[in-house]
Design a binder for this molecule. Structure first.
Ligand SMILES: Nc1ncnc2c1ncn2[C@@H]1O[C@H](COP(=O)(O)OP(=O)(O)OP(=O)(O)O)[C@@H](O)[C@H]1O
Length: 242
C-alpha cells in the first residue's frame, strides 16, 4: 500500500532555481527507502519540504491519498510524516526522559511511552536523567529516533542517519528501523552519505543528482553493482532501473 506519494514536486529556496525538480515518488508502507546522492543534490531540501518545514515550490504530496498542505509542519506530523533532522533537534538542556515525555504528550500514557522507547533503545535506560546535550552522538541519534517513533509516524524521515556515529552505534540502530518497518509497517525514508550502508538496509534506493532521480533500483541490486551508483553520482551512463 502506498503511504506517501509526491508528484511533480519542486522544492528549494527560490522559485526560479528549484533544488528538487519535478520529483515523482511513491513509498509503500513497511518499505525502507534510501536517498543517496552527492553533496548539494537536494536530499535535505526534499526531506524538509516533505516535513512541511519548507514550503513547496510546486507539485503535490499526499499521505495515504490525503493531500498535504504545503509548509505546514504540524499538519505533516498529524498526517504521519515525522522528521529526524540532521541536527537531531533535541531539547539539549532537558533530560532524555523529558525529551521522550514531550514526544508522548497527548498520545497516551507517558510511562508506557518511555518504556516503549527503551524497548527500541535499551542503551538509553541508564541515561534517562542525563541532559540530552550531554549524551554521546549515538545516544542523541537514538533519542531523536525514539522521540520520532513515539509520534507513531506512518512515514519516518531520517536525515543523515549515520553522520558522526561509530559503525557499532549505527549497527545497533539499523535493526530498530527494520523492526518498525516490518512490525508496524512504518515507511522509512533515510538520507545517508554512506552509500554501502544505505544499500545494505534499504529495500529500494534512489540516487538523487541535481534534484532529479538519476537512478533507482532495489538496495540489493545496487549493492551488487556499486559501479552503477558511482556512475550515477558522476552523471555518466546512468539509466533509471526498476
Ligand atoms: N537555506 C538555504 N538557502 C539557500 N540555498 C540552500 C539552503 N540550504 C541548502 N541550499 C542549497 O540547496 C541545494 C541542495 O542542498 P541540500 O542540503 O538539500 O543538499 P543535500 O543533497 O542534502 O546535500 P548535503 O549532503 O551536502 O547535505 C544546494 O545547492 C544548497 O547549497
Amino acid at each position: 500500500m502506498t503511504v506517501l506519494q509526491c508528484t511533480g514536486l519542486q522544492a528549494g529556496y527560490a522559485k526560479s532555481a528549484p533544488c528538487v525538480r519535478g520529483l515523482d515518488l511513491t513509498v509503500d508502507a513497511g518499505e525502507i527507502l534510501a536517498l543517496v546522492g552527492p553533496n548539494g543534490a537536494g536530499k535535505t531540501t526534499l526531506l524538509s519540504t516533505l516535513a512541511g518545514l519548507l514550503p513547496r515550490l510546486g507539485g503535490t504530496v499526499a499521505v495515504e491519498s490525503d493531500p498535504l498542505a504545503s509548509g505546514r509542519p504540524r499538519d505533516a506530523v498529524r498526517a504521519g510524516l515525522v522528521l529526524v533532522p540532521d541536527d537531531r533537534a533535541l531539547f539539549r538542556r532537558l533530560s532524555t526522559e523529558q525529551n521522550l515525555r514531550l514526544a508522548i504528550r497527548g498520545r497516551g500514557n507517558r510511562r508506557a511511552g518511555v518504556d516503549r522507547a527503551l524497548q527500541y533503545f535499551p542503551a538509553l535506560e541508564s541515561r534517562l536523567r542525563v541532559a540530552a546535550g550531554q549524551l554521546s552522538g549515538g545516544e542523541q541519534q537514538m533519542l531523536a529516533i525514539a522521540r520520532a517513533l513515539l509520534q507513531q509516524p506512518k512515514i519516518l524521515l531520517i536525515d543523515e542517519l549515520s553522520m558522526g556515529l561509530a559503525p557499532v552505534v549505527v549497527e545497533s540502530i539499523l535493526p530498530v528501523l527494520r523492526q518498525v518497518a516490518e512490525t508496524d509497517r512504518t515507511a522509512v525514508v533515510l538520507v545517508e552519505q554512506h552509500v554501502r550502508l544505505a544499500l545494505e538496509i534499504a529495500d529500494r534506493a534512489i540516487v538523487l543528482v541535481h534534484g532529479e532521480i538519476a537512478l533507482t533500483d532495489t538496495g540489493a541490486a545496487l549493492a551488487a553493482d556499486i559501479g552503477r551508483v558511482e556512475r550515477a553520482y558522476l552523471g555518466v551512463g546512468a539509466s533509471a532501473g526498476a
